[in-house]
Write a protein that binds this ligand. Structure first.
Ligand code: ADP
Length: 229
């Protein structure tokens, strides 16, 4: 009986995961479909192709993420300036945020090259920034700060002025499938935690209901030695 229950749990988890995949790929697919329809009606503009390409890229990212969630497969690591990744993410999000302002403040003077899988780090910031934006349905500002911490750490701080979280909710963060959103999957933070762990970093949330949330992610700048073990 125990074995059976374990199997049912597993099945339920797979069902949730499938729902999550469907949820995350729905937006880019809907967008691509819309632009193909416009192009078919001969209302095409060259820039539609760029948007569609960006959406396909997003789909690729999502699919790669879900693969990495289920398989313990080594990622593709390289040295990348963390700031350029965040700039890319902000550019890709600018089209989606309507009443929101995304402010980036880079306090580090020199380049911050991080030994990382850039696709995963991109996905991480898409999740964290989406959460910040979704916490402010009526609009608001998200502050993103990139700070050098000592010799060999980089801290990325994301501050929103959204709905915030109670002590109780804070404790449940990262729990698979924990979501307070109508269409949420509760997978975003689970994936985020996994990515941070994979890069030997750590994350800290602080929050106050109705005031906002601060997320701090810290990465070792050069974890090459540890990640190749
Ligand atoms: P989802 O976004 O699909 O709900 P996540 O795993 O990304 O899944 O987030 C889980 C839950 O954590 C959210 O439903 C929300 O309640 C809470 N949360 C995460 N980030 C924030 C934030 N910046 N402000 C308020 N609540 C947040």
């Amino acid at each position: 009986a125990e074995e059976f229950l374990r199997k049912m749990d597993k099945l339920a988890a797979i069902g949730h995961l499938a729902a999550g995949v469907a949820h995350e790929i729905r937006n880019p697919v809907t967008s691509i479909k819309g632009f193909v329809q416009l192009l078919k009606q001969d209302q095409g503009k060259q820039e539609y192709f760029d948007i569609m390409l960006a959406e396909f890229k997003q789909l690729e990212n999502i699919l790669r993420e879900f693969v990495s969630l289920t398989q313990q497969r080594p990622g593709y690591f390289e040295f990348v300036d963390i700031r350029s990744i965040i700039h890319e993410v902000l550019d890709s999000m600018q089209e989606k945020v309507v009443r929101h302002i995304l402010r980036l403040n880079v306090a580090a003077s020199s380049e911050l090259k991080l030994w990382c899988d850039p696709g995963q780090i991109r996905q991480l910031f898409i999740h964290l920034l989406s959460n910040a934006v979704e916490a402010m349905p009526d609009g608001g500002t998200v502050w993103i700060e990139v700070l050098q911490e000592g010799e060999d750490e980089v801290k990325i701080r994301i501050v929103d002025e959204g709905c915030g979280m109670s002590e109780q909710r804070l404790k449940r963060l990262g729990e698979p499938f924990y979501s307070t959103k109508e269409k949420g999957t509760g997978l975003g933070l689970m994936i985020s935690y996994k990515i941070i762990q994979y890069h030997h970093g750590y994350v800290h949330f602080s929050s106050e209901p109705h005031k906002g949330t601060t997320v701090e992610v810290v990465f070792p700048i050069n974890n090459k030695v540890r990640s190749s073990t």
